[in-house]
Write a new protein. Structure first.
Length: 218
């Protein structure tokens, strides 16, 4: 073999080796790139699933929170009622509602009161059934609400009562929810009511007295 041929063959081998090296390097690079893209795509998919799951959990939590904060109407098993009569010159009877339950409850409009089994309840100062303004008073746990019956005249004061039957209105003026009887004689209460009316429920005694046109400083 001549020296010229030997140099040509060596050059050919060198070129072949260089080509193979480049091919292998390119193949390795492409393989690494595909794995990287696959890993990136998988991470993105997992991230989206995580975000969606978190959003769903947040929505479910908000729904549960709204249900938990729904305020129910006050019922006979979660309250106490007290009556107290104030003397002249501005006579009036205070009806005090006490929420003895552990949650807030809602009162609508006014108490419907039938003294001594009267055929009709005491008229309302702030509307009549069918024409109610749907006053709402939310009474917190251990909180109070008030209604006032003015008895500043002999006719309004009337005679001493033995019992009162109490009904509680709903958001529909023609419906009531819950009822109870209060025996004045058994409680040793002296309550006199005549031709008069009762105010709506109010979260403040001063507000109920104002509706009954009773001076708030009395």
């Amino acid at each position: 073999m001549t020296a010229h041929r030997s140099r040509r063959r060596s050059a050919a081998y060198a070129a072949l080796a260089l080509g193979l090296c480049g091919t292998l390097a390119l193949t390795g690079c492409n393989s690494h790139s595909k794995k990287s893209k696959k890993h990136s795509s998988s991470s993105s998919h997992k991230s989206k699933k995580h975000i969606a799951a978190a959003g769903g959990a947040a929505a479910a939590g908000a729904g549960a929170g709204a249900a938990a904060h729904r305020i129910r109407d006050c019922r006979p098993d979660n309250y106490k009622i007290r009556f107290a009569q104030q003397s002249d010159p501005q006579g009036y009877v205070t009806v005090t509602f006490f929420n003895s339950s552990s949650t807030t409850c809602r009162l609508h409009n006014a108490p419907r009161l039938r003294f001594d089994n009267a055929a009709k309840p005491l008229p309302l100062l702030q509307g009549e059934p069918g024409l109610m303004d749907d006053t709402k008073v939310d009474v917190p746990s251990k909180g109070k609400a008030y209604a006032v019956i003015p008895t500043g005249t002999p006719a309004a004061k009337g005679t001493r009562k033995k019992t009162v039957h109490i009904e509680f209105m709903t958001n529909r003026s023609d419906m009531t929810i819950g009822q109870t009887d209060f025996p004045f004689d058994e409680k040793n209460d002296h309550i006199s009511v005549g031709t008069t009316k009762v105010t709506n429920w109010n979260g403040l005694l001063s507000g109920a007295k104002l509706a009954a046109k009773i001076r708030t400083d009395s």
